[in-house]
Ligand binder design. Structure first.
Ligand code: FAD
Ligand code: NAD
Length: 396
């Protein structure tokens, strides 16, 4: 290239921020110009968002200023929104400028997948960002306040969560913990409050260990959650949801946790995608451009058995580490490494001091699983921000 190569990283989520942090360590002085672009000047800890959404934690605790994570002498941070990927021209369009790159890393995260269910985009809320969870939290409180002015509208106290995947399950656990406090604060009879978790598959957490799923359902039902399994949401209206069974549930609050797809800009840029996600090659690059890497929820990595790995923070951070390695190798004309996912287990919270986990063949429940979840969270904070971040944000 003859001049310093330009690396542009889009998105400071799990994949993007880990790539940036690794690059600032791995690159030598003047080996590359690195620019990180993100919509906000903070990185959010998506894996915590179910808590501020339900109001059991503050939104501030789920975010970290990007300037505290990167060395701005080594990485240019641009707070802006990406609006278009012009991959043929090696350019990305931002809301206020255009950037050229030699290497591009796309880590823009996922978007809600609605599977074309009418009304979901317009009427449901999503757990996706700090702004979206602030809205959910305020909206829930507002329903309690509204009910006090219109006591015949008990439907204001009905909360519907569509999809009992991990996001839905973690959220209903927190919401069920919050309800007694809200009832006390607003002088509401707790018996009037209903939380429905509606799932199309015959079981919650489809594909996960059946014994742990049974445990989760039991814990959540004891907290007051009603599951409707094998029941798809067919429509979402301003008045509530219509189920495939024909039943209608009136509610002013539908939280859609029915799945995610990749960022729409990848498809629009002409990349071949499955549900908006690019099936990356062994080195995490797009099949079309060997200078474009895709990470996290925007990417799809196939397991050796040929099934896609679920999009998780765990895989996104491992991709970030390898992506940095491969970028440095590309610049130095050294061989690239293949990505291989190391599954360290799955742990899901069920609210305060309750969780389920599968680590190798070990099944964990209750406090042990909740402890494990805390350790995973602390490990991530340590990985991106060292001890100071663990002390500041970790719930020690
Ligand atoms: P994200 O972390 O979503 O980050 C994308 C970034 O891109 C964001 O900073 C966003 O602001 C930015 N961005 C988006 N669009 C633009 C744009 N146009 N311009 C500029 N910037 C943009 N996974 C686990 O492994 N373990 C868990 O315990 C776990 N818990 C979860 C709990 C919840 C409630 C949720 C919703 C998800 C959970 N996940 C968990 C999944 C995990 O959070 C995601 O897989 C992970 O966040 C994906 O990382 P990413 O880097 O692809 O994108
Ligand atoms: P998901 O795709 O894992 O689950 C969505 C659920 O919604 C599925 O069970 C699906 O059957 C159901 N659904 C779809 N359409 C429906 C309809 N019309 N009516 C009723 N139900 C419907 O999505 P998610 O839970 O948001 O998770 C996204 C990713 O994030 C996953 O890879 C997950 O593993 C990961 N995640 C992990 C954790 C954790 O490890 N603790 C927590 C949250 C999310």
């Amino acid at each position: 290239m003859g001049r310093i190569p330009r690396i542009v990283i889009l998105g400071a989520g799990y994949g993007g921020i880990v790539t940036a942090i690794r690059l600032q360590k791995d690159l030598n002085y003047n080996e590359a110009d690195v620019t990180l672009v993100n919509k906000h000047d903070y990185h959010y800890i998506t894996t915590h968002l179910h808590m501020p959404a339900a109001g059991t934690d503050k939104p501030e605790n789920a975010r970290v200023e990007i300037s505290k994570l990167i060395d701005e002498y080594k990485i240019d941070f641009v707070k802006s929104t990406v609006t278009e990927l012009k991959l043929n021209e090696q350019k990305v369009v931002l809301e206020d400028s255009t950037l050229s790159y030699d290497y591009l890393i796309i880590g823009l995260g996922g978007e809600p997948e609605t599977f074309g269910v009418p009304g979901l985009l317009q009427n449901a809320l999503n757990i996706r960002s700090i702004n979206s969870v602030r809205l959910i939290r305020e909206h829930i409180e507002y329903q309690f306040a509204k009910y006090k002015r219109e006591p015949h509208r008990t439907d204001y106290l009905t909360f519907i969560v569509g999809g009992a995947g991990f996001t839905g399950i973690e959220f209903v656990g927190e919401l069920a913990d919050r309800v007694p406090k809200l009832c006390k604060e607003f002088d509401v009879n707790p018996e009037l409050v209903k939380i429905y978790n509606i799932e199309a598959a015959p079981t919650a957490l489809p594909g996960f260990d059946p014994q742990l799923v049974e445990y989760a359902i039991q814990v959540l039902e004891e907290k007051g959650v009603t599951f409707k399994l094998a029941t798809a949401i067919k429509e979402c209206t301003p008045e509530g949801v219509v189920l495939a069974t024909g039943e209608e549930i009136r509610s002013a609050t539908v939280i859609w946790t029915g799945g995610i797809r990749g960022n729409h800009m990848l498809e629009e840029a002409g990349l071949e995608t499955i549900r908006g996600r690019v099936v990356v090659d062994d080195y995490l690059r797009t099949p079309e451009y060997d200078n474009v890497f895709v990470l996290g929820d925007c990417s799809m990595v196939m397991s050796p058995e040929g099934r896609p790995y679920p999009p998780t923070a765990q895989i996104a951070t491992q991709q970030g580490e390898l992506c940095s390695y491969n970028l440095v190798a590309s610049i130095r004309n050294a061989p690239l490494k293949k990505f291989s996912f190391h599954n360290r287990g799955v742990v899901a919270s069920l609210g305060r001091r309750q969780a389920i986990g599968l680590v190798g063949n070990h099944k964990l429940t209750g406090r042990k699983a909740a402890w494990m979840k805390k350790m995973i969270d602390l490990r991530y904070l340590y990985m991106i921000g060292g001890i100071p971040l663990v002390v500041k944000k970790g719930k020690l």
